[in-house]
Design a protein around this ligand. Structure first.
Ligand code: GMT
Length: 382
């Protein structure tokens, strides 16, 4: 049994989801898990297949309190986080802190270790946003490199992200690839007749997209592709799940293109597996994606994926087998490949079944959480 601190962003995003599911799974395996963040991570509710809010006494949540002081213009989140890490590590006798993101979480954890002056181990998982941040703000590069090099063990969610980190930033640290995973008791093909009737009352086909509507998700590509699909005469509905900065623009585009009545912007949804199971094809046309957890969740529900060809997406979606991969930004091809599935139900079903089998074979928590435990053991013996 280990005492593990986990720091992640609690908001709507893959890294927080992976960190939370990992923490829940580690707790189920008998470890003591302490989440340290500024809000309760969004999926830190419900344990086990029942999805009930069962109480479990080896998961703890420590909130980072932010105080404002008139003289300081900007809140000092990273220092407040560091102080909370010091407190939790000391009193809960943490063996290690698992930081999801090099900047700022591993940076804070490393400072906490310095303050404590002890042998607290730091395991850092790269999700990609760290690297994007450095792309946007090159002056962060030395801090990013330090946060990675000084961690005891570093993991990355895809080969792509590992190669980017090593190739583009000259990081020399050994990086262990541990792909993201799903709980197959939650993300599984579910009975969906009633939901389908509700969402597509006239038997229309159902397309689905799930994201946080950031520019990098290129949601408008999916909407433009949907217009082409409708224009071809196919009767379909498009579910757009999630929320974020580009939602208004996406909604406007749907109105502008005259396809508003065929789209359903559902906002953030808790019952994702049911909505995915009721859908025919999942679209993820991202401009960059170090892994694409939402695509994996769809695959686990038996839904074939049409993805762009960027980042780690080809490590998740196998072209011609679990769906199709199209060049990023090629809206016509996105529409064409989606139509190929919508017009051939046998093919769609076959790829959907393959997607499910692929997810269950390669990306389950049973298979991948032990790799994190190995990474922790490696850190403890370093
Ligand atoms: O993509 C986002 O907007 C959220 C972001 C995050 O940091 O939570 O997701 C990143 O981490 C996920 C979990 O590892 C990956 O599945 C996503 O591909 C990755 N996003 C990007 O690389 C853009």
């Amino acid at each position: 049994m280990m005492n593990i601190g986990i720091t992640c962003y609690p908001t709507y995003g893959g890294s927080g989801i992976v960190a939370t599911e990992l923490g829940k799974s580690l707790a189920e395996r008998g470890h003591h898990v302490h989440f340290i963040s500024y809000a309760l991570p969004m999926r830190l509710t419900g344990l086990g297949a029942s999805g009930n809010m069962d109480y479990i006494d080896n998961i703890f949540y420590h909130e980072v309190e932010m105080s404002s002081y008139p003289l300081f213009e900007f809140p000092m989140y990273e220092l407040a986080l560091t102080s909370k890490m010091v407190e939790v590590a000391k009193y809960e006798k943490l063996d290690l802190i698992h930081a999801h993101y090099a900047i700022p979480h591993a940076t804070s954890a490393l400072l906490a270790k310095q303050v404590l002056g002890n042998d607290l181990k730091i395991v850092t998982t790269l999700h990609g946003t760290d690297i994007t941040l450095v792309g946007l703000e090159p002056s962060f590069e030395p801090l990013m490199r330090y946060s990675i090099e000084a961690s005891n063990v570093v993991t990355s969610v895809s080969e792509y992200l590992k190669n980017e980190t090593v190739g583009n930033y000259g990081v020399e640290k050994d990086i262990v690839v541990i792909p993201n995973f799903i709980d197959t008791e939650v993300f599984r093909p579910m009975e969906s007749k009633n939901l389908r009737r509700l969402l597509a009352p006239n038997g229309e086909r159902i397309l689905v997209h799930v994201s946080n509507f950031r520019a990098v998700k290129r949601v408008t590509d999916a909407i433009r592709a949907f217009k082409i699909i409708l224009d071809s005469g196919i009767k379909a509905k498009f579910l757009l799940i999630g929320d974020g900065p580009d939602r208004s623009e996406s909604e406007s585009l749907a109105r502008e293109l005259g396809i508003w009545n065929h789209t359903r912007f559902l906002g953030k949804q808790a019952e994702l597996a049911a909505l995915l199971s009721a859908s025919d094809v999942f679209l993820i046309p991202s401009g960059n994606e170090s892994f694409g957890l939402s695509a994996l969740e769809a695959m686990a529900c038996g839904v074939p994926v049409i993805s762009s060809d960027v980042g780690g997406l080809p490590e998740v979606n196998v072209d011609g087998e679990t769906g199709y991969i199209v060049p990023m930004g090629d809206v016509a091809e996105l529409a064409a490949k989606t139509m190929a599935l919508l017009k051939d139900e046998d093919l769609r079903k076959r790829l959907g079944n393959n997607a499910h089998d692929h997810a269950v074979k390669h990306f389950t928590k049973e298979k991948l959480v032990p790799l994190y435990e190995q990474a922790y053991e490696q850190a403890l013996s370093s």
